[in-house]
Design a protein around this ligand. Sequence first.
Ligand SMILES: [Mn+2]
Length: 300
Amino acid sequence: MGPLPAQEFEDAIVKVAKIIREERDQGKLDSTATVDNRLVRLPMHKRALFVGDLHGELDSLNEILQLTNFTTENIGPDDRGYIVFLGDYVDRGSNSVQTLAKLLDMKTRFRENVILLRGNHELADVNSRYGFLDEVMEKYPREGNEIYTLCNRLFEKLPHAVITANGILAVHGGLPEKVSTLQQIANLDENGLEQLLWNDPRPEIHGFEPNYDRDPSGLTGIRVFGEDVTERFLKAVGAKVLVRAHETLGGTGYLALSKDVLSIFSARYGRREWKRAYIDTNLSKEVKDTDSLVQDIKLF
Ligand SMILES: [Mn+2]
């Protein structure tokens, strides 16, 4: 599939930005899922899929859609359930433009079912450097600047997190410092957002430490956080498991780091031997710990 004509792509970006703004203004995604600024709350019941980083891999996205029948036309909205994308749609892979276009098309067709969380690559200072800007300019030599600007304006509107009634908290990266309520997750300041999009869980440490793997200088706000941080936060908000993406996991697709942190990754960086993963669960299920969700991991 080649890239959409520029005008169609621009229209799709603007349309989805409008849908996301409406969802926030109306405070709801559908009759049972609510939207509190940048936090989406999902109810009990219904199927829910969680998808990790895609990084411009249209093939990985299409395989997930095929395996899950998510975009099959003749299923009702309740059976379709929710699909929660954990961010990092663009950069690295060679089809960021088409991957994003496909996600926008899905959000337009199934707006009550599709949730697009923000990843750290949905930040302009990242996607200007890791491939997306170059790809947009190559595929749209005339309209590229405008399209790129529209994309980042859309990215700024994306929600930060999903919390489900059965105790799953889903974000791209991890927990930020100085945050102890869902209300704060819904309304993060710049530093809080940076940490939510970039931080990594390291169950063996205590509290927060500089994230030297991602930031050797130690000068940015990016952190690693310990099991005590996760335990305290999940308990405070009544959740059981943090589901997040953001790390390649050495090509294993998923990793349960502890009893309450589960990482998934859905891209393969062109390496055929890498496993990719998504979660196909049901929100009526009791979630006690990561084992409850590892059962619902699908590797592909
Ligand atoms: Mn990431």
